[in-house]
Ligand binder design. Structure first.
Ligand code: ATP
Length: 439
């Protein structure tokens, strides 16, 4: 586990400056998310740590070591990408083993006994063992189905000619343990690599898929393998570049908790890039919200959501509605349509100043009458059983979003066009002058 530090980093592509004088301190063992809209520079910041882009100014540190100008292969980082980037021609085992072969050539788990060689020599006779024979035939059949798809006749004939040799090879493989033990006597690092590969495959419960090709796995399984391939080399920092973007919503949801629990289990520092707020809130220890090359706010998910420092963060994180108005007194604002809305700030604001008020839908109630009533006309109403989602129009047609999760049955009689009174909690209303939050 190491910490990461960006100090005064500026990066440009040609004349186009993407990041300018950026500072960020990432603690060891934490999952930090870079969150922001497309093009704000998240991936560039990640790539600067991996060594794929070079800052023209500033310093990048991995732990105590400055890595600003170090080539990528000299940094102990590993990356997972949106498109998995698995080798299609290698089995799952070999995909995961690949990095170990490059980085951990000399690591060994100990020699194998001499008799494993004898066992290996006896291997061809395993073809007569019914179980081996059966599983070899099954694998050949599976390979045939994949291979024959859209192939010309000549390729099919060549495949059939190769069958005896392939059958022989598969027979060796199918008696996995002794075959692998023999390999370990020839290649001392093999046993270590095999143990590590199966260790990480077990973390994602895919150890029984080791012999398959990547195309035989689902998208979610492929991304799990990509995660294994990255963590197997025990990097100082794991870099995740929108790893879940290619997956459907349900799988994204499932996999984000799985990724978090695996990273936490092995205790690794990780930087995670996404533009999905929910994902960032769910997976991170801390979030850096980025906007046009700047970090607008850096904090825990709760701080970022419940206490946004800037108008951008307040609007970017979660759903909210924004109202513009003019301050009328120390705690009231007149909205454009003439409605009066209350707010609460410690700092006083001069009357006549234009402010933006940000309200989260879950801070509005209808049945429970609290302070700060405001009349709205129902524009849409969705009764979802355990919650009700309403959009209400104010007098100047701005929209107020209302989410209620209690007494939902009482909303069942409301219809579009009804005028209702919504109550907005003044203490939960964020007040901004321009971009700056007024507390
Ligand atoms: P996304 O979420 O869409 O991936 P991002 O926040 O990760 O966006 P970056 O990929 O870091 O953004 O890109 C930041 C800016 O730099 C963008 O405007 C992009 O067009 C530009 N950019 C990225 N890579 C290059 C490049 N190789 N050459 C020139 N401009 C680039």
């Amino acid at each position: 586990m190491v910490s990461v530090k960006y100090s005064n980093v500026s990066i440009a592509y040609g004349d186009f400056v993407v990041l300018e004088n950026l500072d960020l301190d990432i603690r060891d063992g934490e999952i930090t998310t870079l969150l922001g809209p497309s093009g704000c520079g998240k991936t560039t910041l990640l790539r600067a740590l991996a060594g794929f882009v070079e800052p023209y100014e500033g310093h990048v540190y991995l732990g105590e070591e400055e890595v600003t100008l170090l080539p990528p292969q000299k940094r102990n980082t590993a990356m997972i990408f949106q498109n998995y980037a698995l080798w299609p021609h290698l089995s799952i085992f070999k995909n995961v083993e690949y990095g170990l072969k490059l980085r951990d050539k000399d690591k060994v788990d100990g020699e194998k006994p001499w008799y494993t060689k004898l066992i290996w020599l006896a291997k061809p006779f395993f073809i007569f063992v019914p179980q081996t024979h059966k599983s070899v035939s099954k694998r050949l059949k599976e390979e045939k189905e994949v291979y024959f798809e859209n192939k010309p006749k000549t390729a099919i004939v060549i495949w059939w000619l190769k069958v005896p040799l392939r059958r022989f090879k598969l027979t060796f493989e199918e008696s996995t343990f002794t075959y692998l033990d023999f390999k370990a006597t020839k290649d001392p690092s093999w046993a270590y690599r095999r143990r590590r590969v199966f260790e990480v495959l077990k973390l994602v419960h895919l150890e029984d898929q080791a012999k398959k090709q990547p195309t035989q796995l689902s998208g979610g399984q492929q991304q799990r393998i990509a995660l294994c391939r990255a963590i197997v080399v025990e990097p100082d920092v794991l870099l995740c570049d929108e790893p879940l973007s290619n997956l459907d919503a349900k799988l994204r949801h499932e996999l984000r908790s799985e990724i978090r629990s695996i990273i936490k289990k092995i205790g690794m520092t990780a930087i995670y890039v996404t533009h999905d707020q929910q994902e960032a809130l769910a997976i991170s220890d801390r979030i850096a919200v980025m906007n046009i090359g700047n970090i607008e706010q850096f904090g825990t998910p709760t701080e970022i959501y419940s206490n946004p420092n800037t108008l951008f963060v307040a609007q970017f994180m979660g759903t909210s509605c924004a109202f513009k108005g003019i301050v009328k007194s120390s705690d009231t604002v007149e909205l454009k349509g003439g409605e009066i809305m209350k707010f609460k700030t410690q700092k006083s604001i001069d009357t006549g100043v234009e402010v933006s008020l940000i309200v989260r839908p879950d801070n509005v109630s209808v049945i429970d009458k609290t302070d700060n009533p405001i009349e709205v006309q129902i524009n849409t109403i969705e009764y979802l059983g355990t919650e009700v989602k309403i959009t209400g129009k104010l007098k100047d047609d701005t929209i107020l979003l209302i989410d209620v999760a209690e007494k939902t049955e009482e909303y069942a009689k409301m219809v579009v066009g009804d005028k209702i009174t919504a109550y907005i909690k003044p203490e939960e209303t964020f007040v901004f002058i321009g971009e700056e939050r007024i507390y």
